[in-house]
Design a protein around this ligand. Structure first.
Ligand code: IYR
Length: 228
């Protein structure tokens, strides 16, 4: 026997804006040009960022599509010095193990053009860190677990929205992935159903900030797409 459910409540598509073909192309090109200017930054100054700016970027991330619209994400924003220091210490300990042996040679070769190493001063110097948690499952009002669907895909999309929103707001970011990063649950006081997936470092690039050329080389359209 199949269960029947109440039909969904529908509404007219809100705020849909039809563009002319010329406007479409102009907007698509403008967005591409803007995103082309985004580079991953590893050298931040400590200038603080207005909380309202970050909150709007988080609201933008929260508009992302997700499996069954369950929005299986949580963004923990860390600004206090003590927590940042603790995160840096814990991350660098893991990274030292990674660079000094845990990482296979092939992985280190792939990273060489970026020049990364175990030293992560940006974790302390940047004004804020956004720890992105994926909710592996939900917990309802009575404390019962329920399934979340397409969690990695959903959190990945929301993270993309967030990085893009931060960039549009004139901020630089770094998608940092200390591994393992279970220590972030304790530091961010997040429950067991949440798994930290990305530590986004956010702020202004330091004056004279250098970035690896390698990071700016993007694959051509013919390589990343095909038309059928
Ligand atoms: N987590 C390490 C190593 C690292 C791995 C990848 I894949 C990168 O794109 C960059 C770094 C680190 O942060 O140094």
């Amino acid at each position: 026997m199949t269960t029947t459910f109440a039909p969904p409540v529908m509404e007219a598509l809100p705020h849909y804006q039809e563009l002319s073909p010329a406007q479409m192309l102009e907007r698509a090109q403008a967005r591409y040009q803007s995103l082309l200017r985004r580079r991953t930054v590893r050298d931040f100054d400590s200038r603080p960022v207005d909380r309202a700016v970050i909150e709007h970027c988080l609201l933008a991330a929260g508009t992302a599509p997700s499996g069954a619209n369950q929005q299986p994400w949580h963004f923990a924003v860390i600004t206090d010095t003590a927590r940042k220091q603790e995160i840096r210490a814990a991350a660098e300990e893991e990274e030292r193990a990674f660079y000094a042996g845990r990482a296979p040679e092939e992985w280190l070769r792939a990273l060489a053009p970026l020049g990364t190493d175990a030293s992560k001063p940006f974790l302390e110097e940047a004004p804020l860190l956004i720890c992105i948690f994926a909710q592996k499952y939900g917990i309802d009002a009575s404390g019962e677990r329920f399934s979340h669907y397409y969690v990695p895909e959903s959190v990945g999309i929301a993270t993309g929205f967030l990085i893009s929103a931060l960039h549009e707001a004139g901020l630089a970011s770094l998608t940092h992935t200390p591994s393992p990063m279970g220590f972030l649950n304790r530091i961010c006081m997040r429950p067991d159903n949440e798994k930290p997936v990305i530590l986004l470092v956010v702020g202004h690039p330091k004056a004279g900030c250098q970035v690896p050329v390698h990071g700016g080389i993007k694959k051509p359209l013919e390589q990343i797409s095909s038309w059928l």
